[in-house]
Design a protein around this ligand. Structure first.
Ligand code: GUN
Length: 289
């Protein structure tokens, strides 16, 4: 058996087309959705991510602006920038590209973003909202995974979902979103003892460890849905995921490729969250109590 491929590029294109219409409608009504991206330092991977986000905004009818700071900038300068953006009525979403340089207090920076503009969903208020089933913004990568499952009619309720990874960006919100949809969820890490005993029982396996090809065919239940959030660059310059794709494809029921799986969905969901924020602003919907 060979797994069905979950094509992130195709689903991303469909979702973007739908939301582009919503952005156009808003713009006609006088509210062009706007995203501000803050980048600190000169990490090449972050610079590429930001470039791709801006390009995607342009293609979807979203106004965007980038605020770049040198790696040695004082944190207060960035906080002042966020305060100004919080007050700017043309900006509906604010994203601080992570990681920040080591002298920064991540939590202080993230929680200075207005809750209703936190399109990453990383503010403590929004994390609490997600965990209690009152989602304001779903974090983009796990949100993209959920949309991929939904668009492929993959049922979640009653399934055993295993998430490998406990990051605030992917693992933890992913587990919460699967739980909210009725899955029984196990959270593992790359260091979980006897990891195979957990993964072997997973109907849905989401891998976000940053360890190239760590999930082997022997770890996967036949017919399982395998979602690979990893993107790793090998010594030969090629990209690979956290799943041994060629081997696991022969065992799984569904699988996401790398590249072309979860990656294209992440930016797409950022566009959706920005348009959603603009829709709320336009109709005066308050998200914070
Ligand atoms: N760095 C890696 N992933 C992300 C993300 O989803 N949002 C932000 N802001 N930074 C990231």
């Amino acid at each position: 058996m060979s797994a069905l491929i979950l094509d992130g590029k195709q689903i991303a294109a469909l979702v973007r087309a739908e939301w582009k219409l919503r952005a156009e409608k808003l713009t006609q009504q006088g509210t062009k959705p706007g995203l501000a991206v803050i980048i600190v330092g000169d990490d090449p991977a972050s610079a590429l991510y930001v470039k791709n986000k801006i390009k995607a905004c342009n293609e979807t009818g979203i106004y965007s602006e980038v605020h770049s700071f040198g790696g040695s900038v004082e944190q207060q300068k960035v906080l002042d920038c966020i305060q100004t953006l919080n007050q700017n009525v043309h900006i509906h979403g604010i994203l601080v590209q992570l990681p920040l340089p080591p002298q920064f207090e991540n939590n202080r920076v993230i929680t200075s973003i207005a809750v209703e503009k936190d399109v990453d969903g990383f503010h403590f208020y929004n994390v609490g909202a997600l965990v209690t089933g009152n989602t304001v913004f779903s974090p983009c990568t796990p949100y993209g995974v959920m949309v991929m499952l939904e668009r492929n009619n993959i049922a979640i309720e009653g399934k055993h979902a295993v998430v490998i990874g406990r990051s605030n960006i992917v693992g933890k919100p992913m587990a919460m979103m699967l739980l909210e949809k009725g899955a029984t969820v196990t959270i593992c890490t790359s260091r979980t003892r006897n990891l195979l005993e957990f993964t072997k029982n997973a109907d849905i396996l989401v891998v976000a460890t940053g360890k190239p090809r760590m999930v082997t065919a022997a770890m996967v239940k036949p017919g399982a849905v395998v979602i690979d959030v990893g993107i790793n660059r090998l010594a030969d310059g090629k990209l690979c995921g956290d799943v041994d794709y060629d081997a696991v494809k022969a065992v799984a029921g569904h699988i996401t490729p790398v590249p072309g799986g979860v990656g294209p969905m992440t930016i797409t969901m950022l566009l959706c969250n920005t348009i959603l924020a603009a829709e709320r602003a336009q109709s005066g919907i308050q998200v914070k109590f």
